[in-house]
Design a protein around this ligand. Structure first.
Ligand code: GAL
Length: 315
């Protein structure tokens, strides 16, 4: 009976996640911090997919909270290595720690799937069976800019001939924050628009910080502000509150952009409370990460990169 079950289990894995595994692998996962809206959706779908769709028993999967503390997360990774897991799926607190992780994992013969925070090209060129699964943050920035370009006034609400913007950034150590900041504005300047940066500060992907920063910017610059770009939706949710508190109206005298397409933000886009957002496909990314992890656990050599597209979300 046990044997039949094992065969069946292998069949389920083969049938749904594309690899043949005699035994279900042990998988170590750590997420940079559980208290992140987007990474919560990602983590929940990752575990659901691995267990329900790929047939990996829940007890084979360990998911840890990096608590936004690299030292703590490095201990978790050392623990996975000591436990001899078959593969690790890692959302690093600091992408700059990738090199040391790659070396340790390679020495232990454990493959790694990095997710969400892209390691540098230099680290990606190191030896070892590892990959990055993610979305190209340049694309999301460009889409934010294109949404502004699609407006009748091209984002110039106060009619002074310049798009005056506020930029609320994620953690700048993360390329998602760097590229979204750069490419949202680049889309505007590439289209020949005049732009002016009124305010730029880090809100670390956090809703409360997004609200505080937007409130500060609106107090300081008042009706000069045409557009508030937020590197993610959590901060845009906060910025929306500040916009409402300042008596401003999205779509009438200001534009508000986010990234992620959190359900509440998609709703706000529909209602006109946000100008637009960009779908950061946590389903596609978590499935690609799980598929890569299972392949690597089955002994396959990984490609270096697996990309998932962003999608523009407007009314
Ligand atoms: C981004 C996402 C943010 C935040 C960040 C964490 O891709 O848009 O909301 O989750 O990852 O690294």
């Amino acid at each position: 009976m046990k044997k039949i079950l094992a065969v069946l289990m292998t069949f389920v894995i083969v049938a749904t996640c594309g690899v043949a595994l005699a035994d279900a692998p042990k998988i170590g996962i750590t997420i940079y911090q559980f208290a992140d809206n987007f990474m919560t959706l990602y983590r929940e779908e990752l575990v659901r997919y691995l267990t329900e769709d790929c047939g990996i028993p829940a007890e084979n999967i360990t998911v840890m909270d990096g608590k936004n503390d690299q030292a703590e997360q490095s201990n978790q990774i050392d623990g996975f290595i000591a436990d001899n897991v078959d593969v690790m799926i890692l959302n690093l607190v600091q992408s700059s720690s990738a090199a040391s992780v790659i070396q340790k994992a390679d020495a232990a013969g454990i493959p790694v799937v990095f997710i969400n925070r892209e390691p540098s090209a230099e680290d990606m060129a190191l030896n070892g069976n590892f990959c990055y699964v993610g979305a190209d943050a340049r694309q999301s920035g460009t889409m934010q800019g294109n949404i502004v370009l699609s407006l009748d006034n091209k984002g110039d609400y106060n009619g002074n001939g310049v798009v005056d913007y506020v930029m609320i950034m994620g953690d700048p150590e993360n390329v998602d924050a760097q590229y979204r900041t750069e490419f949202s504005v680049k889309a505007l300047t590439d289209a020949g628009l005049q732009v002016k940066e009124l305010f730029k500060q880090r809100g670390d992907w956090d809703q409360t910080k997004g609200q505080e920063l937007a409130a500060t910017a609106l107090t300081q610059f008042g009706s000069d502000v045409d557009v508030i770009f937020c590197n993610n939706d959590a901060m845009a949710l906060g910025a929306y509150q500040a916009i409402a508190d300042a008596g401003r109206t999205v779509g009438e005298d200001i534009a508000l952009l986010g990234v992620d397409a959190l359900a509440e933000c998609v709703e706000m886009v529909k209602e006109g409370k946000m100008t637009g957002t960009v779908l950061n496909d946590h389903n596609g990314q978590s499935h690609a990460a799980a598929d890569a992890a299972l392949k690597a656990a089955a002994g396959e050599t990984l490609e270096k990169y697996y990309w998932v597209d962003y999608v523009m979300v407007t009314k």
